[in-house]
Structures are given as structure tokens and as C-alpha cells.
Design a protein around this ligand. Structure first.
Ligand code: MGD
Ligand code: MGD
Ligand code: MO
Length: 752
């Protein structure tokens, strides 16, 4: 594996101009064999994403109807190998390593030690985690929660790998206790998409299916997404689209390899030939410039009269006001904010007009800016203007991150679930859920920092590392009484703890889940709103592990007592009972337990997609535009984005290579446009510190990065997440969605 890192001097080569191909098979197998050995590799990879198998724990890309023998990608294989590893972090490991010792290791080392095996307790003032029984652990959590002056002093964080069943019980636990403090990774991820789409289309999810992308679309715009690394199986759908003649336009400050060319390892052409060219066009947009780009596009469409007046008349409102605003827009301003010329935007409009089925796909490149919500509203307007909603091959496609992040939201993991959901919860369970909105991710850090939280529970994830402003966040954790981590692998969240801490290790997706009622399965929802089952086959990583469902029920049982009106103990044994409750509470889940057994599962209803019913304030699709926004970048400064390498899943660092970008054996690099390197008086290969400036006047620094001359939009640099979270001030968030602005940070580069 690529463990040999040499961070002072990562190797920098030429970026690649095609994704996947044979090297991807080589790397999948190498990771699988190293972590799992031959037998487990075959057992797991052959069942991945199969109808009777388990859902890939990596991203939320949907499964095609016609599945191939190997329905997985290199990065899915890494995710599985990482979970099904034979290495173990047991009581002896914790006896050997103190917290201080563990803190001296990096994120890769920590997770690479293996699977957590039994509950561990870090007592107040302790230097080492010590074993604790499950019952004692549950009693401890219950005891600390009962000691709180108010239920709002508890915070329940969720990462997007939790199953629907676990997520539903987790929000039930929080609300039964009396709080809506349910922050989740979505707050840092697609919150801006949910906010903007709910306002404009009346549904906070995408409106397209797998088949729309692969078989029906004529033009696909991919903005702010790097599918070659983060949703590799999407490339198969894009290849399919290309081969039947669809056009693809990439909108991205970087020329990402997966968007240039795809070598499909399942076809002869992909293995020995040149592969398929993916993007016909690449628009090198400025960071945060998509709002101006789409506003410019909308301006052209309206001015040329190239809009669907019948559709607009019947299904939308707002056109008159918006058209006036677009008319008043100044081209010089559009060009300077977007970095795209008027001629390029006019040419893109030609494409849009020539093709009646248009899809816009996007991910973090659009959601993590100050102006993300207005940007995505502008995209909704773009789609509505030409009736590209609710027809085959057209629509909005926010491509989700974690494999069940969308399902967790559907299940009620949200600090501000609507009243209709809370009413249904009340009617099903006979208690009055709290109505006051809870803390989201950023507000949770503030609450902890300000001493307003006694217990922080995490269902998965690595909160203090994933959230912005690392120093503030890690400090905030220490002000909490008890922090509880329900995870599969050791990470930094187990080291930046409250005064007291618990690790409650759980089963992963690949593992068998057998209770007294027999073998259980769980369910998940993908980016296209398909709900399906997932069952693991491997023996659990340790006999002491419990499922997420059982751990949540264990806490609830200890907290509310065995005579609680809610049937926690029964639900812990029979997940069908949980699904029956879900069927009563969550819209679209009638006969859940039966329908989920259909091969491939079922699709949740979506008013905009299915019947052009828009559940918005006015009952119409809302055509809007917002004043163009841009960040002031003082002379001598650059705008910085933080992104993922090819060798990581969020805070999980599998290795130190970023193959497609030509980086090996290190992560301490900053990608800078050659003209900026010259203008700043720097050299390619030089060591610099990145320094961010914030409204609070505090200087934040990420030291010792190698400058890499790279084809990124002028004025826009890039470096890796999560290391760069030290640079993002906690208060720097997207308007309306409160998502940290991880992709627009004003920095200067100081020679180290
Ligand atoms: N292997 C792997 N798979 C993953 C993950 C992982 O870490 N590893 N993470 C999962 C998760 S939780 C998520 S949310 C997704 C993330 O999937 P992505 O959003 O693809 O992930 P990022 O690496 O953040 O890449 C952001 C992309 O947007 C571009 N970009 C940045 N700023 C802008 C902008 O202002 N405008 C435009 N047009 N483009 C911009 C960047 O250059 C980059 O190509 O992937 C999921 N899948
Ligand atoms: N600067 C910057 N910050 C970002 C981003 C960015 O682009 N830039 N992206 C943001 C985004 S999109 C996201 S989604 C967040 C991610 O934030 P999180 O979801 O909090 O982080 P992950 O790294 O995905 O969590 C990894 C941990 O999950 C645990 N885990 C893995 N599988 C399971 C399982 O099956 N069950 C349980 N219970 N635990 C499991 C493992 O212990 C592992 O260490 O980070 C955000 N932060
Ligand atoms: Mo995400």
C-alpha cells in the first residue's frame, strides 16, 4: 500500500487524463488483499451492491437495474476493505496506548489500526481508555442524561452511513428525551441543496433517476463534482449517455481526470483502448462563480425568448420579477465573478436550446460557499425556464455523499423537521415531541464551546475533524461532560473528548446482524430516492460488537426504563417492528416491510418529478434570482477550496496518493495556477504556509505545504480536506443553510 509518506516532499508528477482502467482494478485488489486476505475479499466484493447483498458503504450513487458481476468501484472496494480488515483495536491496544500517545499519530495511522472490538470508557482525568460492560456503558449515558438541567443540553450527531432503521430510532431517542438537537454531516454537505430545492421545487431532493442520466438525457451539466474519485460508478452511467449521443459539460475550476476520459474496466474498449471521452466542454469557473454563470445563462435564455412559456405559465411563478433582474445584469460583472466569458455562456446557451432534456448534476463544489443557496436556486430557475423538470431525461441531480445520508434525513435526522412529521411521531408513539428547532453542526460547536452541552453522542463520523475551525472545535469538545462515539474504527473524535468518554463499537455494513429473532437486514436510500435492503455476510469483527440499532435501544432502555411505553427492547431484536413504525410516520413508506423485499427496492414519491406538484409556499415551481455575490479577495491573496484526494473517504485517509492529480506519497500540497505562482513571487515546489484571514481578526495557519503548479482557474487554489479545516472560521458559513464555507477561503501564501 502507499503508506510510505514523505510529507516534506511528496512526489509530484503529471496529472492523468483518464480515470479508472486497469490501474483501478490493481488498486482495488491490492487494498482488498492487504486488509482482508483472499477469502474475505471474494466473500465481500462479490456481494457488494447485489440484490441479496449489502449496500456499498462508500457513496450514495444508485444501482442500475441491470447489475454487473462486479458492481463496485475502486473506492468502494477500499471502503469495504477498510471495514472488513482483519486488524483489531482491542482492550490490549488501549492499555498500551495513552490518549496523548494516540494524539501524536495522524488520521491514517489511527484508522489503520483496525476495527474497534469492545466498549471502552475514558474516566474523568484518565490517561487510557478502559474496558466497560455494555450495561454499565448504557447506565452511564442514561445517568449523565438524567443529570442534565434540560434535554437541550444533549446533542445527537449523525454521520450518513447509519441505516434507516438506526436513524429513525436515534431521532426517536432524541425527541423522546425532549430535544431537536440532531446535527448531521448533511449540515456540512448538501444542506444548501436541500434548502434551495425545498424553496423552489418543494422537495429537498433530486428529481432524476439513474435511467434519466444514462438513457434519456441529451445534455448533462456537471458542476462542482469530481465523480472519477467520489462517485466512480457514475462514470458508467455517463459513458452510457455519451455512447447514445448525449453531450456533457464540466463546470469546474479543475480539469478532473474522470470528467476528461473514462476507461471502463468492464469493457474491452476500456481495458485496451482509449476509453470514452466524457466532457465535450470544460468551463474553468472561478470558485463560487456558478451563481453568476447560471444567472448569465438564464439572462441569455430569457433575452433570446428561448423559454417554455406554456410550462412557465402552468407550473411556475416569479418569471416577471426575475426576468427584470436578469435584464439588468451587467456582463462585465458576470464575467469577472464567474471567470467565464460572455461568448462561452452564449455557446452554452446554444447547447441548452438545442437539447430538450437537460440534467444538472452537482456536489460539494456548489454547496460549500457563502452564496451556495442562491446558486442552487439559480439552477432551479434554469431548469424551470425550459421545463426541464418532471420530464424524462431532465432535472436536478444533487449527487449525495455518504451512502445513506439522504435516508437519514428522510427518517427525521434534522434539527428542524416540519410539524407534519412531528405530529405523525406524536400520533404513532403517544408523546409530544419538542417543537423548538435544535442545533445544527455549527451551532453544536458553539453550544459546546460556550459550555451549553453536557452530553454529545455521535452515531458514526468524526465530528471534530470534519467540522470547520479545527482548533475551536477540538477545544469545544473538552467542555462537554460526556462524549459518546458509536463507530466502527478508531478516529480523532475518540481523542478530543469530553471530561469523560465512551467508545461504543458497532457492526458494519458487511457483517451479519443476528438477534434473538433471527437474521436482520437494514435499509438505505440512495441519491435517486430508491429504498432497498442491505445485508452483510461476514462474521462480526468481534463477538462483543452490537448493531447501531441495538446500541440506540440499549441507551433508550437504560434512560427511559423497561416500563416505557415505547417498545425499545422488542425493536432491538426485530427490525421489522421499526419498519412498521416508519411506515406509519414517514410519507412514502406504506407497506415498507413488504415493498422493500422487491428486488431492487422501491422509489419514494417526489411531487416535482412525478406529477409537477410543487410543495412550495405558493404551490408553484419558483423562478427566482438573487443579487450576485462575490468574496473580496485582497491583492496578494487567493481563494482556496478544500477537496478530497483519490485515497480518502472524508476524514478516513486510506493512503497518501492522489493518482489522478499526479501526487504521490504525501498530502501536504497546495495546487496553484502557474500565473498566480509567478505573480506572488513564488516557485513551483516551494514550501509555504497557508494563512486565512477572518472577520474575527484571528489568523489561522496551515503550515508546510508544497506549491504545485496546476491547471486551476486563476486566483483559485486547492488543498486537501480535512487538514485545511484549521483555516475555516466557525462563523464562515453559507447564508440560509449554515454550511461551513469549505470551498471559498481567502488565504495568503507565506514562504515557510
Ligand atoms: N472515494 C470517496 N468517495 C466519496 C467521498 C470521499 O471522500 N471519497 N466523500 C463522499 C461525500 S460525504 C461527498 S459529500 C461526496 C463529495 O463529492 P465531491 O463534491 O465530488 O467532492 P470534493 O472532493 O469536495 O470535490 C469538489 C469538486 O468541486 C470542484 N469545485 C470546488 N469549488 C467549486 C466551485 O466553486 N464551482 C464549481 N463549479 N466547482 C467547484 C472541485 O474542483 C472538485 O472537483 O463524495 C462522496 N464520495
Ligand atoms: N474542509 C472541508 N470540510 C468538510 C468537507 C469538505 O469538503 N471540506 N466535507 C464535509 C462533508 S461533505 C461531510 S459529509 C463531512 C463528513 O463528516 P463525518 O461523516 O463526520 O466524517 P467521516 O469521515 O465520513 O466519518 C468516518 C468515521 O465513521 C465511522 N464509521 C464508518 N462506518 C461506520 C458505520 O457503518 N457505522 C458507524 N456507526 N460508524 C461508521 C468510522 O469510525 C470512521 O472513522 O465532512 C465535511 N467537512
Ligand atoms: Mo458529504
Amino acid at each position: 500500500m502507499t503508506d510510505q509518506r514523505s510529507d516534506s516532499d511528496p512526489e509530484v508528477g503529471e496529472p492523468e487524463h483518464a480515470a479508472v482502467g486497469l490501474p483501478a482494478i490493481y488498486w482495488s485488489m491490492k487494498y482488498a488483499m492487504n486488509e482482508m486476505g483472499p477469502k474475505r475479499s471474494l466473500q465481500t466484493l462479490s456481494k457488494m451492491n447485489h440484490i441479496d447483498g449489502f449496500d456499498c458503504p462508500s457513496c450514495a450513487w444508485p444501482d442500475p437495474d441491470r447489475r454487473k458481476a462486479a458492481e463496485f468501484c475502486e473506492n468502494g472496494a477500499k471502503a469495504v476493505a477498510w471495514e472488513a480488515t482483519r486488524k483489531r483495536v482491542d482492550a490490549a491496544f488501549f492499555a498500551e496506548h495513552s490518549i496523548a500517545d494516540l494524539l501524536s499519530h495522524d488520521d491514517h495511522w489511527l484508522e489503520h489500526q483496525g476495527r474497534l472490538t469492545e466498549p471502552m470508557h475514558l474516566p474523568a482525568g484518565g490517561t487510557h481508555y478502559q474496558p466497560i460492560s455494555w450495561d454499565a456503558a448504557f447506565r452511564l449515558v442514561a445517568d449523565r442524561m438524567r443529570g442534565m438541567a434540560s434535554p437541550d443540553r444533549a446533542i445527537f450527531y449523525t454521520s450518513g452511513r447509519a441505516s434507516n432503521e438506526a436513524a429513525f430510532l436515534y431521532q426517536l431517542l432524541a425527541r423522546r428525551l425532549g430535544t431537536n438537537n440532531l446535527p448531521d454531516c448533511s449540515n456540512m454537505c448538501h444542506e444548501s441543496s436541500g434548502t434551495a430545492l425545498t424553496q423552489t421545487l418543494g422537495v429537498g431532493k433530486g428529481t432524476v433517476t439513474y435511467d434519466d442520466i444514462a438513457f434519456e438525457s441529451k445534455l448533462i451539466l456537471i458542476a462542482g463534482q469530481n465523480p472519477g474519485t467520489n462517485h466512480p460508478r457514475m462514470l458508467t452511467a455517463l459513458e452510457e449517455a455519451k455512447q447514445r449521443g448525449a453531450r456533457i459539460v464540466a463546470i469546474n475550476p479543475l480539469p478532473e481526470a474522470g470528467l476528461v476520459r473514462f476507461r471502463n474496466p468492464q469493457t474491452p474498449r476500456g481495458i485496451s483502448g482509449v476509453g470514452t471521452k466524457i466532457a465535450d466542454e470544460h468551463l474553468s469557473v472561478r470558485l463560487g462563480g456558478d451563481q453568476a454563470l447560471f444567472a448569465g445563462l438564464n439572462k441569455v435564455l430569457v433575452e433570446r425568448g428561448a423559454i417554455d412559456t406554456d410550462f412557465i405559465e402552468r407550473y411556475t411563478d416569479g418569471i416577471a420579477v426575475a426576468a427584470e433582474a436578469w435584464a439588468a445584469l451587467d456582463w462585465a460583472r458576470i464575467e469577472s465573478i464567474s471567470g467565464i466569458t460572455r461568448a462561452q455562456i452564449e455557446a452554452l446557451a446554444d447547447d441548452v436550446i438545442a437539447n430538450d432534456r437537460v440534467i444538472v448534476c452537482w456536489a460539494m463544489g456548489l454547496t460549500q460557499h457563502k452564496n451556495s443557496v442562491p446558486t442552487i436556486r439559480e439552477i432551479a430557475s434554469f431548469l424551470l425556464l425550459r421545463g426541464n423538470i418532471g420530464r424524462p431525461g431532465a432535472g436536478a441531480a444533487p449527487i449525495r455523499g455518504h451512502s445513506n445520508v439522504q435516508g437519514d434525513r428522510t427518517m427525521g435526522i434534522w434539527e428542524k423537521m416540519p410539524d407534519a412529521f412531528l405530529d405523525a411521531l406524536r400520533d404513532e408513539f403517544g408523546f409530544e415531541p419538542p417543537r423548538e428547532h435544535g442545533h445544527d453542526a455549527v451551532a453544536s460547536v458553539r453550544a459546546m464551546r460556550d459550555g451549553e452541552a453536557d452530553v454529545f453522542v455521535a452515531l458514526g463520523g468524526n465530528f471534530p475533524v470534519a467540522i470547520s475551525d479545527t482548533e475551536v472545535a477540538t477545544e469545544a469538545m473538552t467542555r462537554v461532560g460526556l462524549t459518546v462515539g458509536i463507530q466502527t474504527k478508531l478516529n480523532r473524535s475518540h481523542l478530543h473528548t469530553g471530561r469523560e468518554a465512551l467508545i461504543l463499537p458497532c457492526l458494519g455494513r458487511t457483517e451479519r446482524d443476528v438477534t434473538s429473532a433471527g437474521a436482520q437486514f437494514v435499509t438505505v436510500e440512495d441519491s435517486m430516492s430508491m429504498v432497498h435492503s442491505s445485508r452483510g455476510r461476514l462474521l462480526p469483527g468481534s463477538p462483543h460488537l452490537r448493531s447501531e440499532v441495538q446500541i440506540i435501544c440499549g441507551i433508550a432502555d437504560a434512560l427511559f426504563g423497561s416500563d416505557d411505553a415505547l417498545d425499545w427492547r422488542a425493536m432491538a431484536e426485530d427490525y421489522g417492528l421499526i419498519r412498521r413504525h416508519i411506515a406509519h410516520v414517514v410519507p412514502g413508506f406504506h407497506a415498507f416491510d413488504e415493498r422493500v423485499l422487491h428486488p431492487g427496492g422501491f422509489q419514494l414519491p417526489n411531487g416535482a418529478r412525478d406529477s409537477l406538484k410543487f410543495d412550495t409556499e405558493t404551490g408553484k415551481g419558483r423562478i427566482t434570482t438573487s443579487p450576485l455575490e462575490t468574496l473580496e479577495v485582497p491583492p496578494g491573496h487567493l481563494l482556496l477550496q478544500t477537496l478530497r484526494s483519490h485515497d480518502q473517504f472524508n476524514t478516513t485517509i486510506y493512503g497518501y496518493d492522489d493518482r489522478y492529480r499526479g501526487i504521490k506519497k504525501g498530502r501536504n500540497v497546495v495546487f496553484v495556477n502557474p500565473a498566480d505562482i509567478t505573480a506572488l513571487g513564488l516557485n513551483d515546489g516551494q514550501q509555504v504556509d497557508l494563512v486565512s484571514i477572518a472577520d474575527d481578526g484571528r489568523e489561522r495557519r496551515l503550515p508546510g505545504l508544497r506549491v504545485v503548479s496546476y491547471s486551476t482557474t486563476a486566483g483559485c487554489a486547492a488543498t486537501y480536506y480535512p487538514e485545511a479545516n484549521v483555516l475555516v472560521p466557525l462563523d464562515s458559513v453559507a447564508a440560509e443553510s449554515n454550511t461551513p464555507t469549505s470551498k471559498s477561503i481567502v488565504v495568503r501564501l507565506e514562504p515557510a
